[in-house]
Design a protein. Structure first.
Length: 128
């Protein structure tokens, strides 16, 4: 079976599904993060992707002095804020506080990385 390259639509669809699955695992593992279903996970993953690509870089630059002073700890707050933003926009996605958001951001990054690693292990032709 010939796959579309790394810039292709099929690859983006797989990454979207991986991100939604990682978000579902995170919601099921972290107390204080709730998803109403996989549809909410799909919608939240779109919001998170857009926020991480457009809003997070601006906030990272604006808060760089604070991040340096806190030795990078403030990045946890920024990633937690991106999760809280997605929860505020998506009706079926609820985060009950800042602590679950920050822990969930770290957990989501680890689970998402593991899922992508396994995906690329089985489908190396889809890109690195």
């Amino acid at each position: 079976m010939k796959f579309i390259g790394t810039s292709g639509l099929l690859y983006s669809l797989f990454l979207w599904l991986i991100h939604a699955a990682a978000l579902s695992v995170t919601a099921n593992s972290i107390k204080g993060i709730h998803l109403s279903g996989f549809g909410a996970a799909l919608a939240a993953s779109v919001v998170l992707t857009v926020a991480n690509h457009f809003l997070l870089p601006v906030l990272t630059i604006l808060t760089l002095p604070l991040t340096v002073v806190t030795l990078g700890f403030f990045w946890l707050l920024l990633y937690g804020a991106m999760l809280k933003l997605a929860a505020a926009v998506i009706p079926g996605f609820i985060i009950t506080g800042w602590f679950p958001a920050m822990i969930g951001a770290v957990f989501l990054a680890v689970v998402h990385g593991l899922f992508r690693f396994v995906f690329h292990l089985f489908f190396p032709q889809m890109g690195a």
